[in-house]
Design a protein around this ligand. Structure first.
Ligand code: PMP
Length: 361
């Protein structure tokens, strides 16, 4: 039996997609091999790659003056590759908004390549998003970076920052495709695939044309956005299986009504779960209401001594991956696109039962 998997990533994938992959695994398109055993240069695979890009473009209404790149190294590699591609030297200034764990990682890495100005620091426990009025951009930056959804803190922006014409760079690893976004507001979007796109191993970038071709001369060739774009992300062997599966997820998204339908479903899922947490005496969510993530719902228990028992009983009930990140503790339910409402409802019912079982008498 399939469990409900609340893992933060690698994460749940749509059942229909997994079934199709199983169906096609041994003999893909009648060719007598699996898709992962054929050349990335073969006509059949090049078509898979191009179709995935076309479907992503359609899903996100990506304007023509943006390139879609399929890279490797995860979002963490982009923490370095963004500054190496978009700035000229160590004294180039870049603006970063710090809202938690992943922003901080991005800042630390960028500081190795350029001069980071922190435009806002949501500081302390990182349970809020600074409003636009608190963002103090340097006015001299090559780009302004933020993390629309902090996967660990469960903190999400409800708006796209405006840096006064400076290109906005967004680490959308844990929120891409979860609701409509206006791509034209961004200079560059990047995301590791392993949450809302497909298996780990693939990193998707959406980059405005004018930001391509500015890389430092000593950047590794395979990480130069221009080289990658010029070669349709086929400079060297890409993670073909992950790319194929991402394509199947994009098709599934299109069949499911696209990102607006998904956005509505995600809103309902998150609202139900937060409502259950707020109504309970045992569970708490520390995040400011206007900054609560729709993708990663964090909660602690007023009795942390019950954490281990909660996780064990949840696993027993087929509810997996609920342990919070080691950096913050507590619990976290990641409810990406592929988590059905039924999974969230089962979790809510389980949480209620667990609470009743442990009521102080
Ligand atoms: N940014 C965010 C927002 C993330 O959630 C993650 C992974 N959980 C990363 C960056 C790092 O991604 P990767 O493991 O693909 O390098």
């Amino acid at each position: 039996m399939r469990a409900f998997n609340f893992s933060p990533g690698p994460a749940v994938l749509p059942l229909e997609v997994l079934q199709q992959v199983r169906e096609e695994l041994l003999d893909w398109q009648g060719g007598g091999t699996s898709v992962m055993e054929i050349s990335h240069r073969s006509k059949a695979f090049v078509e898979v790659a191009a179709q995935a890009e076309a479907d992503l473009r359609e899903l996100m209404s990506i304007p023509r003056n943006y390139k879609v790149l399929f890279m490797q190294g995860g979002a963490s590699a982009q923490f370095a590759l963004v500054p190496m591609n978009l700035t000229a030297a160590h004294d180039s200034v870049v603006d970063y908004v710090n809202t938690g764990h992943w922003s901080r990682k991005g800042i630390t890495e960028a500081a190795r390549y350029c001069t980071v100005h922190v435009a806002a620091d949501a500081g302390g426990s990182y349970t809020r998003v600074p409003p636009q009025s608190e963002l103090q951009f340097s006015g001299a930056a090559a780009y302004a970076h933020y993390t629309p959804n902090e996967t660990i803190g469960g903190v999400e922006f409800a708006y796209v920052p405006d840096a006064g014409g400076v290109p906005i760079v967004a680490d959308m690893s844990s929120s891409i495709l979860s609701q409509p976004v206006e791509v034209a507001k961004f200079g560059l979007i990047y995301a590791g695939a392993q949450k809302n796109i497909g298996p780990a191993g693939l990193t998707v970038l959406i980059v405005r044309d004018d930001l391509i071709g500015r890389a430092r001369p000593d950047i590794p060739h395979v990480f130069d956005y221009k080289a990658v774009a010029d070669d349709q992300s086929m400079l060297n062997t890409p993670p073909t299986f992950a790319w194929y599966m991402a394509g199947l997820v994009f098709k599934w998204l299109k069949r499911s009504g696209g990102v607006s339908a998904m956005g509505e479903r995600n809103k309902v899922k998150a609202q139900k779960l937060y409502a259950a947490i707020d109504a309970s005496a045992l569970y708490r969510n520390p995040v400011a209401r206007d900054a609560r993530s729709r993708m990663n719902v964090t909660f602690t228990m007023v009795r942390p001594d019950l954490d281990a028992a909660f996780l064990a009983a949840a696993a027993e009930a087929g509810l997996l991956g609920l342990k919070g990140h080691r950096a913050v503790g507590g619990m976290r339910a990641s409810i990406y696109n592929a988590m059905p409402l039924e999974g969230v409802e089962r979790l809510i019912a389980f949480m209620g039962e667990f609470e009743r079982r442990h009521e102080r008498r």
